[in-house]
Ligand binder design. Structure first.
Ligand SMILES: Nc1nc2c(c(=O)[nH]1)N[C@H]1C(S)=C(S)[C@@H](COP(=O)(O)O)O[C@H]1N2
Ligand SMILES: [Mo]
Length: 232
């Protein structure tokens, strides 16, 4: 018998890492087989579009687990990319000169997805801007050309298909993608403390999300199949 470390509270193991997300985004397939291009904006002195500069950062390979808020987890994913912390300190700070209190970070994606995290949480050692998983460049399934990977936070914080990153003093310009209620987005979303949603108790959120999980997965799988079918 193998001894697996226990999963975080409320999580159940899955063997395959499938494309997943909110239903609204299932049919918004982002097919960007290009080099990453990231717009940086917010409460800062200088906006910037980052392309080749990313490659000046140290490449990091990392094994980490992935925990979706709807209670599925996959373990031992091998990501490759750049540390968010290096990106922040070596590119954002010197070139964009963010205001000293611009700690509210918003990620916006090519499919219209948006999510926020605190700068404090993003500066953890294991937060990556990843371009590769399990040896493959990220594609339409897992967030090409570049996505966030924040393993200590629920999967919905790991925005795929990144288009821009914004550093704001407060949450003025942000809401969780309409029509989904803002309460689906916990300000921290840490897996360890089971911060699944704002205000709602976990005894309610767990079963609710478990029911919604399978239909969402099917919708995402169907969309990929239809998209690939339309390309052949
Ligand atoms: N752009 C974008 N990022 C996203 C999502 C999405 O629909 N669009 N879904 C989030 C959710 S809920 C999860 S669990 C993970 C799923 O990542 P995967 O599709 O690589 O499994 O992406 C997150 N990031
Ligand atoms: Mo998720």
């Amino acid at each position: 018998m193998t001894n697996r470390p226990a999963l975080p509270p409320g999580q159940r193991l899955r063997q395959s890492f499938d494309r997943f997300g909110l239903g609204l985004f299932a049919n918004r397939v982002v097919d960007k087989n290009t080099a990453p291009s990231l717009r940086i904006r917010g409460d800062l002195k200088q906006e910037l579009t980052v392309t080749d500069q990313l490659q000046s950062l140290d490449r990091v390979d990392q094994l980490s687990d992935f925990h979706c808020v709807t209670t599925w987890s996959v373990v031992g994913l091998k990501w490759s990319g750049y540390r968010f912390r290096d990106f922040y300190h070596n590119i954002v700070v010197p070139q964009c000169l963010p205001d000293s209190d611009s700690h509210f970070v918003v990620f916006r994606s090519y499919d219209g997805y948006a999510v926020s995290m605190s700068l404090h949480d993003l500066l953890r050692d294991n937060v990556l801007l990843a371009d590769n998983v399990d040896g493959n460049p990220l594609g339409i399934e897992h967030g090409g050309p570049l996505r966030l990977v924040a393993p200590d936070h629920y999967g919905y914080k790991s925005a795929k298909h990144l288009e821009s990153i914004e550093f704001w003093r407060d949450s003025r310009y942000y809401r969780f993608p309409f029509p989904y209620p803002n309460l689906m987005d916990h300000p921290r979303g840490r897996v360890e403390y089971e911060e699944r949603a704002k205000w709602l108790p976990n005894w309610l959120v767990r079963p609710l999300y478990r029911v919604l999980q399978a239909p969402a997965r099917r919708k995402h799988a169907r969309a990929v199949k239809a998209y690939k079918g339309s390309k052949t």
